[in-house]
Design a protein around this ligand. Structure first.
Ligand code: MN
Length: 253
């Protein structure tokens, strides 16, 4: 089996290294990942400048790796459109250093890479470790279990990826796997104003997570009680109930 692996923390991050090291024991792996930190770049793609690709040595015979001066979505598009010699059976994004819970997936490059793979017609899994601490070994084992589960069922339905969040700690200490829906996670929108050496002011984002109510079946609650959260995510952005109501507004030209 052939896996395409990418991430948003960059090809030199510890999370993708741990994931690829673990998966390459069993699978042929192609890595196409950003050459630098690209977290919170969401689904951006590069249109007005060239994408440069360089080989990266992961030190495993089963691994072919490249880094790209682009976003996670660029990496997936480029891998599937040009770099992969054979189409992958599955696309894995991660392991992200930090949670991608609730509406984090709106900003997440990790989630967007999985979403791009889905748009290209592939099954995909996004994996994040909700540390600190950031020991990625349990997350890599979870990724492997989910790869096996998905391939046993010949992939996921069209337009859907799995968003997986793993709490920190050893595999043996995980409290189980919860199938969840996306919860609510918001950040305080705040900026620290500072002065640079030339006397100009600049701003540094310092938003922290707000405590929100979340039901027991959400991804946020699952990881709070030590469980691995697995959320099937798809792209129906339409508010179905308002669709009905809007028609009743009788809008006309
Ligand atoms: Mn990241």
């Amino acid at each position: 089996m052939h896996l395409l692996v990418t991430n948003d923390d960059g090809v030199y991050a510890k999370g993708i290294k741990a994931l690829v090291t673990h998966l390459s024991k069993r699978f042929k792996v192609t890595v196409v990942a950003p050459d630098r930190q690209q977290s919170a770049t969401s689904h951006a793609i590069t249109l007005h400048k060239p994408l440069h690709v360089d080989k990266v040595n992961f030190g495993h015979a089963a691994v072919t790796a490249y880094h790209v001066n682009g976003t996670p979505a660029d990496c997936v598009k480029l891998a599937l459109g040009a770099l992969c010699e054979k189409p992958p059976d599955l696309v894995i994004s991660g392991i992200n250093s930090g949670a991608n819970l609730g509406l984090d997936i709106m900003y997440s490059g990790t989630a967007a890479a999985a979403a791009e793979a889905v748009l290209q017609g592939y099954s995909a899994i996004a994996v994040s470790l909700t540390g600190p601490p950031f020991d990625f070994s349990a997350s890599a084992q979870i990724a492997e279990r989910l790869i096996d589960a998905v391939t046993r069922r010949d992939g996921l339905p069209p337009d859907t990826y799995l968003n997986v969040n793993v709490p920190p700690g050893p595999y043996e200490k995980l409290a189980g796997i919860a199938i969840t829906r996306t919860g609510v996670r918001k950040y305080r929108n705040s900026y620290e104003r500072r002065i640079d050496p030339l006397g100009r002011s600049y701003y540094w984002q310092v938003g922290e997570v707000l405590q929100m109510h979340n039901d027991a079946d959400t991804d946020v609650r699952a990881v709070e009680v030590g469980k691995v959260s697995v959320t099937p995510v798809h792209f129906d952005f339409t508010n179905g109930s308002l669709l009905v109501t809007l028609k009743e507004w009788g809008l006309t030209l």
